[in-house]
Design a protein around this ligand. Structure first.
Ligand SMILES: [Mn+2]
Length: 439
């Protein structure tokens, strides 16, 4: 083993041992980050190869074609998370082909043909050769014009075509379209679904993934601290958002993990208020739901602040109810618990307090490569999963909205807040504001 390899292994072991440590740890005790390949902040190619091997073991036979399915946003191209999870490859238009029954070559990476004119606009791409194969960890890299031919050959020897990604209303079913073409030329081939297999794999995070998510959380928390001076009477929602995002990018985050929500007064009751264009006033609440993405991993954090620095009696009653709902759900987090049972327990707290009609969304979701991450919500939680707990009460007629959202790691001993760097109870929120905002 090389020195670098030894160092990487030591870091992995260290992070395994610190992963399930006691709650209340400081940021300096966070697990060590895995070695990242720059640019792109990917893990080593062997990490993705191991995931492909695990998926092929589940397949057993046949062929799986997984398209990149990424999308452009204001910060550039973001790779589709299923494809990224299995390859670490950030290229647009790429395709992964897996064929576990093959004797020698079981995995193929297909990349679009080079286009010298397009590369003048978006940057040079590498030719297929030893350097690219080593960088991506694939022995076989082809151009995408060979996709149908390749799939026909592989399916001819093992005639099952696997749908790996969960079907979604947003993504084009490119795999199913290709399988239709294959089936039209190769009678007897069957199309089958891998069901929740890949979602299940993605939701059970490795120690390295959890370290990356913890880093995303720490960067996000630093954004809240930087934004705190802008939380004040006659402050501007947009300034809160801008300060946080400036700090995130300076710390290596590629983009916000989702469109930042900074809503004061009436806007605090709009769940996904997108505009951050209002001036906040004394006596109002400010809901801030914003977090960074680091190395493709999301954080997801919401805090609610009194603009004047102190909650009114009515605001405090609502705030304490939301907090109690979160704490009640948190106490139930452990391997074997069901997300829907957490949701029901939190909902009961809010209903019993008389606010049942004002909690109009679900309690939470998985977090990982996506902010609303893959996962089998109908199955029991397992150690290594990360979920949000985000109860909220929104009373439009009072211009009063409260949401508290934390990212919680499931450990054998129960839930552990990854987001332990920001205040949560009402007094701590007031004290934190007093310490961080503009005097
Ligand atoms: Mn969320």
């Amino acid at each position: 083993m090389s020195y670098r390899g030894f160092r990487a292994l030591s870091a992995v072991l260290a992070s395994v041992f610190t992963l399930f440590a006691e709650p209340g740890r400081a940021a300096d005790a966070d697990p060590a980050l895995p070695a990242l390949v720059e640019p792109g902040q990917t893990e080593a190619p062997a990490v993705y190869a191991a995931r492909r091997a695990a998926l092929m073991k589940e397949m057993g036979e046949g062929v799986a074609v997984i398209y990149a399915q990424g999308s452009e946003d204001g910060d550039g191209y973001r790779q589709g998370s299923d494809f990224y999870y299995l390859t670490g490859v950030q290229e647009e238009g790429a395709v992964l082909v897996l064929a576990p029954k093959e004797r020698t070559y079981r995995e193929f990476l297909l990349l679009p043909a080079r286009d010298v004119e397009a590369e003048r606009w978006t940057g040079a791409r590498e030719s297929i050769g030893g350097a690219l194969r080593a960088r991506y960890g694939f022995e076989k890299i082809y151009r995408t014009n060979r996709l149908l031919d390749l799939t026909l050959g592989l399916a001819g020897r093992s005639p099952v075509l696997w749908q790996v990604s969960r079907p979604s209303a947003d993504a084009k079913p490119l795999d199913i379209e290709l399988y239709g073409q294959v089936g039209g030329r190769l009678p007897g081939v069957s199309v089958r679904s891998m069901g929740w297999t890949l979602d299940r794999m993605r939701s059970r995070h490795s120690a390295a993934e959890i370290a990356l998510m913890q880093k995303a959380v720490r960067i996000s928390e630093a954004g809240f601290v930087a934004a705190a001076p802008e939380i004040r009477p006659e402050g501007f929602e947009g300034a809160v958002e801008a300060e946080a995002e400036r700090v995130w990018k300076s710390a290596g985050a590629r983009r916000p993990a989702y469109a930042s929500i900074v809503g004061s007064g009436p806007n605090s009751t709009i769940l996904h208020y997108p505009r951050s264009e209002r001036t906040m006033h004394a006596g109002e609440l400010l809901v801030i739901d914003m977090a960074a993405e680091y190395a493709h991993y999301a954080a997801d954090i919401t805090r609610t602040f009194p603009v004047s620095g102190h909650f009114s009696a009515e605001q405090r009653a609502v705030y304490d109810t939301v907090l109690k709902a979160q704490q009640t759900a948190m106490a139930l987090v452990k391997p074997g618990a069901y997300v829907e049972d957490l949701d029901r327990a939190a909902r009961k707290v809010i209903e019993d307090a008389g606010y049942g009609d004002y909690f109009i969304h679900g309690l939470g979701h998985f977090v990982g490569l996506d902010v609303h991450d893959a996962g089998a919500y109908h199955e029991p939680l397992q150690a290594g999963m990360v979920i949000t707990l985000e109860p909220g009460i929104y009373i439009p007629e009072r211009n009063l909205g409260v949401r508290i959202e934390d990212d919680v790691l499931v450990t054998p001993a129960g839930g552990r807040y990854l987001t332990d760097g920001l205040p949560r109870d009402a007094e701590a929120v007031e004290a934190w504001l007093a310490a961080h905002r503009r005097q």
